[in-house]
Design a protein around this ligand. Structure first.
Ligand SMILES: *Cc1c(COP(=O)(O)O)cnc(C)c1O
Length: 612
């Protein structure tokens, strides 16, 4: 049975029961039932479902793995985690993370002034805040204010000029001071799509020379005691563990050396993010070569070994995992609006009394195709159809003949792919033919808005239908979104591992595709191409006897979008009114009706309602 790779990427978060994808917790509700309940209240278009229990699961796992590793190696430093807000700043995520992280003293990481102010409002009291990224004087001042308010905050310095600013500001501010961290520039770099944040040429961090200089500056300014942490980040979604080990050795030695230079309050190493998750639906395309337990063991073991060698205390470990914590909590559900070859049905055939020979032969192929001859007949059908097209160009057959040939080829192809199944065949012909006969599914969503990393980086996300999983899917599929941009397509290009979907009649039944693991980065990077905005979202809280839909937020209305783009929405409405008023083509009653209609359209969101 095709489980769409659930056993590879699913992390036991979902199960298939009675042909439906169900949440594998509590009463195991089927996602399709939740979706239908929300749609019954009139919401259309794509839906973003949030599952707080999956945030909790990741928080627990990361803590459990490090607790286990610490125990195994009798490690004396503490383990601390902060969530980097850049990965998901939406309140529907952040508030749950902070609440669920409270028992673990889970903190937040900020990379901009806006994010920093958010941490100051929402962070669990006493939980750590770390601040990375380029900072101006204002941002440093905000950091000092956080410390003055009682937050446990560490400002990580990315360059010496920032340190100069901190030293200057420290003289002017009140007594409680933020802790200071130094970001180190390592030679080691990660691997994978996002590897460029590490390495000696990375955008961030201090070289060895600058580190020595920084310690001197801190000493001179009487701030050395505030220097408590070194930080590095070798990239996101680190696909291999080896570069992390190298980075740990480098950072561990820098830590020990800086302590020997007198930085006696330096007690923490911050590993940044990078912990990968498995996005792949296919075993052979696995996105990482390590597990969380292996990662935790390596970190603890390496830091222990270096500390022993250099006779220094074992550092507290800080981690800034974003993707690992957030990715699984969100699922995008998009309704299928149309199958492009849906119009190729038997009813659309309009055979003449006397058909050209090729058409008669196509009809024969269609009638007599069976599993044992399917591939051969399909080849013949493709060949015949090509001949019909040539004859059409030469004026020997008419448009009706051409239409009949096209319909027959689609019908034969559909039968053939069902008969041939998805077993691979030695000649590779099937793969080619599947590509040839792929069905294009039009989905009510925007790839630019909801899967920007697919658009920008070709990052694949697991895709599967939410029901009918007890039926074999037969149609090799490509996916089109509703933007009018040809990049808004998940094309059929993996011939070895085609996405196979079900043949559905969308006029009679709903069919929904789930895009999983979209909780990290996608929401805020998503763009309003064609003015499609963040989808309608809902939070699903599980209980033993069912689930609760909370925090249901409809996708922005068209007027809201226009306002976001700095249009004067009153001007827009007034102009529409005036132009309607001036029209001489319709009477007063008709104008009134149209005015009402315009009002409704402007206040609705811009995703499609129905297509028929
Ligand atoms: C982006 C970023 C992270 C988060 O990385 P993930 O790969 O999502 O875990 C952590 N720390 C810093 C400094 C970052 O820039």
């Amino acid at each position: 049975m095709n489980d769409f790779g659930l056993s590879i990427w699913g992390n036991s978060n979902f199960v298939i029961e009675d042909g439906k994808v169900c949440i594998n917790a509590a009463s195991k509700p089927a996602i399709i039932d939740i979706v239908k309940e929300i749609r019954d209240d009139g919401y259309r278009g794509p839906l973003l479902l949030r599952f707080p229990h999956l945030i909790q699961k990741q928080i627990e796992q990361i803590h459990a793995s490090f607790a286990k590793a610490k125990k195994e190696f009798a490690y004396k430093g503490s383990f601390n985690a902060v969530f980097p807000l850049k990965v998901n700043q939406y309140p529907g995520f952040v508030k749950n993370l902070v609440r669920l992280g409270k028992p673990y003293n889970y903190g937040l990481e900020a990379g901009s002034k806006a994010e920093l102010l958010l941490t100051m409002a929402y962070n669990n009291e006493k939980a750590p805040i770390t601040v990375n990224g380029f900072k101006d004087k204002e941002m440093i001042n905000i950091g000092f204010i956080a410390a003055e308010m009682g937050h446990n905050i560490t400002l990580t310095i990315e360059g010496l000029n920032e340190l100069e600013a901190i030293i200057a500001i420290a003289k002017e501010r009140f007594k409680p001071k933020p802790k200071i961290g130094l970001r180190v520039r390592l030679h080691s770099t990660g691997s994978g799509l996002w590897a460029k944040s590490g390495g000696i040429h990375s955008k961030f961090g201090l070289t060895s020379t600058e580190l020595i200089e920084a310690v001197k500056m801190l000493k001179k300014a009487n701030l050395l005691e505030n220097f408590t942490m070194i930080h590095f980040h070798i990239g996101s979604q680190i696909s291999e563990i080896h570069p992390l080990k190298k980075a740990l050795i480098e950072a561990g030695n820098i830590y020990a050396e800086l302590r020997k230079m007198g930085a006696s309050n330096l007690k923490a190493i911050n590993l940044g993010g990078g912990l990968a998750i498995e996005y792949s639906q296919f075993k052979e395309e696995s996105s990482r070569n390590y597990t969380l337990n292996e990662y935790a063991n390596d970190v603890v073991y390496m830091l222990k070994t270096i500390s022993e060698q250099k006779k220094e205390i074992e550092p507290d470990i800080f981690i800034e995992s974003g993707r690992f914590i957030a990715a699984s909590h969100a699922l995008l559900v998009a309704p299928v609006l149309e199958l492009f070859s849906q119009e190729y049905t038997e009813e659309k055939l309009n055979l003449k009394k006397n058909n050209p020979n090729l058409i008669t032969e196509l009809v024969d192929l269609y009638k007599s195709i069976k599993p044992s001859n399917a591939l051969e007949y399909l080849h013949d059908a493709i060949h015949h159809t090509e001949s019909v097209l040539t004859l059409f160009d030469l004026g020997y057959v008419d448009l009706q003949d051409r239409s009949n040939a096209e319909v027959l080829l689609k019908l034969i192809s559909k039968k053939a792919v069902v008969m041939l199944g998805n077993k691979s065949n030695s000649s590779g012909d099937l793969a080619k033919i599947q590509k040839e006969v792929q069905e294009r599914y039009l989905l009510n969503f925007s790839i630019f808005q909801s899967l920007p990393d697919f658009w920008g980086l070709k990052q694949n996300f697991p895709i599967m239908p939410l029901d009918r999983l007890d039926e074999r899917p037969t149609l090799p599929a490509s996916i089109w979104d509703i933007t009018c941009d040809s990049d808004g397509e998940i094309s059929y290009d993996d011939e070895k591992n085609p996405l196979l979907l079900h043949d559905v009649d969308v006029e009679k039944e709903d069919y929904f595709l789930g895009f999983f693991l979209v909780g990290a980065y996608q929401e805020v990077i998503g763009m309003k191409h064609n003015l499609f905005t963040h989808p309608t979202e809902a939070t699903i809280e599980l209980s033993n006897d069912g689930y609760k839909i909370t925090n249901l937020l409809e996708s922005q209305s068209i007027l809201d979008i226009m306002e976001d783009m700095d249009y004067d929405i009153y001007e827009i409405q007034d102009t529409l009114n005036e132009r309607l008023e001036k029209s001489t083509l319709i009477n007063e009653t008709q104008k009134k009706q149209i005015l009402g209609e315009l009002y409704l359209f402007l206040n609705d969101n811009s995703y499609l309602k129905t297509i028929n």
